[in-house]
Design a protein around this ligand. Structure first.
Ligand code: ADP
Ligand code: GLC
Length: 513
């Protein structure tokens, strides 16, 4: 199969969160299955080793209005091939998202340029796979202005990695793509007087996926729908949840060169060393027997970290835990964690910022990893934690619910701690469970840890599920061509009158990679 990935993030070149990890690892797994896969993404100013990239095209004419062009560079000798769009005005700065006036134009340029590169090369994908809001209009273009080109016959799959981020812009963005006016209606792209990129993609993609089966069900409801749940319910028959995985080349304690010592499920000596070393470098008490809780996270409302401050303070005061935190986001949450570090300098360490090596070291050193998300489409950190023998403490939602089995005394399948309520009482209960397991049921703790480390979350399994989804999308697209009145042009009037909640600030307000 020929598969085009359109994405604003691809690790290790650009990453603001799990999207970068997910696109890179899924593309790699698809390539390993023998598929011909190309990734198109921007050449941000922050892309490291950009000097190693080779010129692929001096100039690609991009069908936006007014006409524009970009250079294209390629990461040599890589499979899958990664094509970088070089447009200094849009992508020369380091940020992936950022609070910019041209945020909409940057997104739409990427979308159209990715498709134009295929047309210019005469490489016509069987499936265009768009990741998240930034490139969600690809299926709209393929159904309208590019319908008469070879790309008009390709199937499209849109993956919703996070419904909270939708891409709301003014109608000037609409003109940039030269889209027909009939699309500017409530049952297409229109939203609150402007356009909503994700909404357009949800209506127009041949198939939709999200990153866990539970999240695929949750987003059908107003509670998780961020105002788009009516649109998603309309496409429910074409939506499925496919779990993310762990890239064992990057996140594997037996081979990780970013941690001070390597280890595996059958010999955890290295993990003990990792804990001692992190205590040393973070200036914490040398306390091998104290439960260490790790957090690595964006600090926006999604992640629920505001709920953890008082429960953590109580456990720190009782000298029951050590805490190591890495992340950035909401200044109030950052400040609350910094105040814990100031209050308990021997027991709590907090680093505001982005640091991949420290993220690996926290995963390796900690006994528990705290992830109390209000919602979580999939989540990668709880998967990495399990691989590192660090028991995840998670809320029962989305991908967290699908990947972690909660501990109850004496059970034989648990891999972590799971709690239900998104409030500080829920977190308090979960910390209590974790510490009971750690301090009072040592044998069980070791058994749960062993089980977590040996549970497999392979990207190959995910890739096989995506291949099945692509095959279905191709079949549906052929069928739609045979019967030109496709569901995207004949559906009930679905007026989305309000987005439930203003999407949170873009993920990478703080500079990351
Ligand atoms: P999300 O994509 O919603 O942020 P995920 O759990 O899917 O959540 O993925 C988060 C990814 O970002 C993980 O690879 C995690 O290690 C990484 N990450 C998040 N914050 C930081 C940080 N401050 N420093 C280093 N890595 C981080
Ligand atoms: C989003 C989600 C996260 C998911 C990641 C990769 O950032 O918030 O849950 O793991 O995308 O799919």
């Amino acid at each position: 199969m020929k598969i085009l990935f359109l994405t604003p993030e691809v690790a290790p070149w650009s990453k603001a969160g799990g999207l970068g990890d997910a696109t890179a690892a899924l593309a790699k797994a698809l390539a390993a299955l023998g598929h011909d896969i190309r990734i198109v993404t921007p050449l941000y100013g922050s892309v490291q080793s950009s000097s190693l990239l080779k010129v692929y095209r001096e100039s690609l004419v991009v069908g936006v209005k007014p006409s524009d062009s970009c250079g294209v560079k390629i990461a040599a000798d890589l499979n899958p091939k990664v094509y970088f769009l070089e447009h200094p005005k849009y992508y020369g700065a380091p940020e992936i998202y950022g609070d910019r006036v041209d945020a909409g134009a940057r997104a739409l340029f990427l979308t159209r340029a990715g498709l134009d590169l295929c047309l210019a090369d005469g490489w016509i994908p069987d499936v265009v796979h768009a990741h998240d809001w930034t490139v969600a209009l690809a299926p709209v273009l393929m159904n309208t202005v590019l319908r008469g080109t070879p790309l008009g016959q390709s199937a499209s799959v849109l993956t919703i990695h996070n419904l909270q981020h939708q891409g709301l812009f003014g109608t000037e963005c609409f003109d940039l793509l030269g889209l027909p006016e009939w699309l500017l209606s409530p049952d297409n792209l229109e939203c609150l007087g402007g356009i909503n990129l994700l909404k357009g993609g949800i209506f127009h993609a041949t198939r939709l996926t999200t990153v866990s089966p539970t999240y695929a069900k949750e987003i059908l409801s107003p509670e998780f729908g961020f105002g788009l749940d009516p649109v998603i319910r309309h496409r429910a028959a074409d939506l499925e949840g496919i779990l993310n995985g762990v890239d064992a080349d990057d996140w594997n304690p037996a081979r990780d060169t970013l941690i001070p010592a390597r280890y595996q499920a059958t010999d955890l000596t290295g993990k003990v060393l990792c804990k001692a070393e992190l205590q040393r470098t973070c200036g914490l008490e040398k306390a091998p027997g104290t439960a260490m809780i790790g957090i690595v996270s964006r600090m926006w409302d999604q992640k629920g970290l505001d709920l953890t401050i008082e429960p953590l303070r109580a456990r720190l005061r009782a000298a029951e835990i050590q805490l190591v935190v890495l992340g950035s986001g909401d200044p109030a949450v950052e400040a609350a964690f910094l105040s814990l570090a100031a209050e308990f300098p021997q027991r709590a360490f907090v680093r505001v910022g982005y640091d991949n090596q420290l993220a690996h070291r926290i995963e390796a050193a900690s006994d528990f990893f705290l992830m109390p998300s209000r919602f979580e489409p999939c989540g990668l950190n709880q998967l990495y934690s399990m691989a590192y023998g660090t028991l995840p403490i998670v809320r029962n939602t989305g991908g967290l619910a699908d990947t972690v089995d909660g501990w109850h005394q004496g059970d034989a399948k648990s891999t972590g701690i799971v709690f239900d309520h998104a409030d500080s009482t829920g977190v308090q209960w979960a910390l209590g469970q974790a510490l009971r397991l750690y301090y009072q049921h040592e044998n069980e703790f070791h058994a749960v840890r062993h089980r977590a480390m040996t549970r497999s979350f392979s990207w190959t399994t995910s890739a096989l599920n995506y291949v099945r989804c692509y095959e279905e999308a191709i079949r549906q697209r052929r069928h739609a061509f045979a019967e030109p009145s496709t569901p995207t042009t004949s559906r009930p009037n679905l007026k989305v009158t309000a987005v439930k909640k203003k999407p949170a600030p873009p993920k990478s307000m703080k500079k990351k990679v």
